[in-house]
Design a protein around this ligand. Structure first.
Ligand code: HGY
Ligand code: MN
Ligand code: MN
Length: 428
């Protein structure tokens, strides 16, 4: 961290505060793009709605005096120049793609909190030494396209640009085609290894998406890391047959067999409490007709754990359960791992900066490990990174009723402002 002497304009920075009303208004305006009847947002990655959200962000960033670059996987970077262009940028951001039944704040808050930081500095006439960048990462959710956290994963080099561009959705549309179709197939290098700018520091503000902060009555989460994840696609193949003439003992019912594996996913997680998670979120039954014994079932598995050895134990138990079913002889079982990343540990010096920011703001705060994955997990592979959590109502997220308090969102954004200022330094 480069020490700096607070110059006259900078002295004001200690009392500098973001405009919470402007942040809330921006969130509500963006939330109108893909708004659902229940008050949520459905803005799937690289759809026309994602295009509209991206175009709004680009317009706002340019109005704030930023230059916006688009990289080859569609990541957006709004850059506010500093006095020393040689300094590595101090960055923030998140994602604006949502779950099909997503909310107004997941990801959107981190992007717009970053924009609010730039707007606040503009209002105060404060120029930083290091440039600042606000990032919009492509396809963080992993709902339409897998892998999850795709744009930040390519940036960090966890998987190649070619792999990501070739990924297809369930209709067979590739990421490459979808990017071209929405006009966000950029030409800037996407991976740090290919020349994408490496940040000096990265902070991401996000709602907690769980109940811990709200339950504790604490407005600010100091995120020390995130659970590791393994995602799989499992296909169980039996035999379609008539539901009437086929006796129970002679069936090869793929759904009944798959159900046993789905129950094992929960048992595997329960055996690794308290920090393990096991979820089956998507099931496809073929032919999905009420009087046909299912011949084929495909389902997803999402395993998470606070330490990598635990995640490996969960992986081994899942593979053993699939092998045992295959050994039964009546079913074919195909298991494909689609995502793996170990538990993330954020940079202690930036975690401390977030904690001090909360203390300076007089905010009660709590150290917390993120159960959700975030782009910061991949960015942390390339630069010091940390996250700022704020509570969400009833801890509910990935749900249209997702909600958060304007005062919490503003408080988190103020901690972000000062943490970024501290890292970027203020020009004399
Ligand atoms: O799945 C996650 O943890 C994130 O919401 N993509
Ligand atoms: Mn998110
Ligand atoms: Mn999410």
């Amino acid at each position: 961290m480069t020490p700096y002497v607070l110059s006259a304009p900078a002295a004001a920075s200690t009392t500098l505060s973001i405009d919470g009303d402007r942040l809330w208004a921006s969130l509500m305006t963006l939330a109108r793009i893909g708004a659902t009847d229940k008050g949520g947002v459905c803005r799937l990655a690289l759809t026309d709605l994602d295009r509209q959200g991206r175009e709004l962000f680009v317009r706002w960033a340019q109005e704030a005096g930023c230059r916006v670059r688009v990289d080859a996987i569609g990541n957006l970077f709004a850059r506010r120049e500093g006095s020393d262009p040689a300094r590595a940028p101090i960055a923030t951001g998140s994602h604006i793609d949502t779950q099909p039944t997503g909310g107004k704040f997941d990801g959107n808050y981190g992007v717009l909190a970053g924009l609010e930081v730039l707007r606040t500095l503009n209002d105060a006439g404060i120029r930083t030494q290091a440039p600042l960048e606000v990032c919009v990462w492509t396809n963080e959710e992993g709902s339409r396209f897998v892998p999850v956290m795709m744009g930040s994963g390519v940036y960090a080099g966890d998987f190649s640009l070619a792999t990501a561009l070739a990924a297809t959705d369930r209709e067979g549309v590739s990421v490459a085609d979808a990017l071209r179709r929405i006009g966000f197939a950029g030409d800037a290098p996407a991976a740090v290894a290919d020349g994408a700018p490496r940040f000096g520091a990265y902070f991401e503000a996000h709602i907690e998406q769980g109940p811990v902060l709200e339950d504790a009555g604490i407005p600010l989460g100091v995120v020390t890391g995130a659970l590791g994840q393994r995602w799989y696609d499992v296909t169980v193949t039996g035999q379609e047959a008539h539901a009437g003439p086929t006796p129970m003992r002679l069936r090869r019912d793929a759904l009944q067999a798959a159900t046993g594996l789905m129950n094992e996913v929960v048992a595997i997680a329960m055996a690794e409490q308290p920090h393990a998670r096991g979820t089956v979120g998507y099931v496809q039954v073929h032919p999905n007709s009420r009087n046909v014994i299912p011949g084929r079932v495909t389902f997803t598995v999402d395993l998470r754990h606070g330490d990598d050895a635990g995640l490996s134990r969960m992986d081994a138990r899942l593979r053993a359960a699939c092998a045992a079913l295959q050994a039964d002889g009546r079913f074919a079982v195909d298991l494909v791992q689609t995502v793996y990343y170990p538990p993330a540990h954020f940079a202690p010096e930036l975690v401390a900066a977030v904690r001090q920011g909360a203390e300076r703001a007089g905010l009660a705060h709590l150290d917390i490990v993120s159960g959700a994955g975030h782009d910061a997990v991949y960015v942390a592979r390339t630069a010091p990174a940390a996250m700022i959590f704020v509570p969400c109502k009833d801890g509910i997220s990935h749900n249209e009723i997702e909600d958060a308090k304007p005062e919490h969102l503003a408080a988190g954004c103020n901690v972000l402002l000062h943490a970024m200022l501290e890292q970027a330094g203020i020009a004399a």
